[in-house]
Design a protein around this ligand. Structure first.
Ligand SMILES: NC(=O)c1ccc[n+]([C@@H]2O[C@H](COP(=O)([O-])OP(=O)(O)OC[C@H]3O[C@@H](n4cnc5c(N)ncnc54)[C@H](OP(=O)(O)O)[C@@H]3O)[C@@H](O)[C@H]2O)c1
Length: 201
């Protein structure tokens, strides 16, 4: 699958590396093309380029930038309508998680990128665990939600491809709960080597 990674930080490079290793055609997107090319080489991605060009050719676009840069980044991406847009962000402001009221980062991304098939995923997965989601033979869960059923299935399949256990958390509104879940995880001070796994029968 043709995948664009928007942002070459911890999440973007970790996801890019994992998806490339799983056989996907990954393009790393950066504000700095040179950096995109260097990171692409490092993570085994097919190529590196600017944000707009990276997104243009992709079926699935991962938005892996700080929350406060999302609006500007989406404006740079151009038209992403019809594409699956994976929101991995957590809405951090200068003093911690921002209270989004009756909304969530994912619902706001949907408003800022009309026509995009927005899917939430990986917001509770720490970047350091992207390379090794296996914990003593048990895959960490990745919580996924979207109003677009088909796009959600696509992203759940990508999660499986890179060794995670995808959990369908329902509609985009569930992103509100997923942000709260991240806050709860942080509050318990379990550390970034800990991940959640949903057990099912
Ligand atoms: N780190 C984690 O464990 C973790 C876990 C779950 C979710 N998240 C969320 O995932 C998103 C990315 O996190 P991250 O840890 O990958 O962040 P990061 O290491 O700081 O990287 C963010 C990337 O976003 C791009 N960017 C675009 N505009 C920017 C701006 N104004 N300032 C800084 N960077 C900008 C940069 O890539 P270019 O320079 O290449 O353009 C940068 O490398 C965030 O929303 C975060 O809350 C993080």
């Amino acid at each position: 699958m043709k995948i664009a990674m928007i942002g070459t930080g911890s999440m973007g490079s970790g996801l890019g590396r994992a998806l490339a290793a799983a056989g996907h055609e990954v393009t790393m997107g950066s504000r700095d093309r040179r950096k995109a090319q260097d990171v692409a080489k490092d993570v085994g991605a097919a190529r590196g380029t600017g944000y707009e060009q990276a997104a243009a050719d992709a079926e699935v676009v991962f938005l892996a930038v700080p929350w406060l840069a999302v609006e500007e980044t989406l404006a740079e991406l151009g038209d992403v309508s019809g594409k699956t847009l994976v929101d991995v962000t957590n809405p951090y402001g200068p003093t911690g998680l921002i209270d989004m009221g009756d909304s969530s980062s994912t619902e706001e991304v949907g408003r800022m990128a009309p026509g995009a098939r927005v899917v939430k995923g990986w917001n509770t997965v720490y970047a350091r665990n992207l390379a090794k989601p296996d914990f003593d033979g048990v895959a960490a869960s990745v919580f996924i939600c979207s109003d677009d059923y088909e796009a959600k299935q696509t992203v759940m399949a990508l999660a499986r491809d890179i060794g995670f256990d995808p959990v369908d958390c329902g509609s985009a509104e569930s992103a509100r709960g997923l942000t709260q879940l991240l806050g709860v995880m942080g509050g318990f001070n379990w550390g970034r080597d800990a991940q959640l796994r949903l057990l099912r029968r």
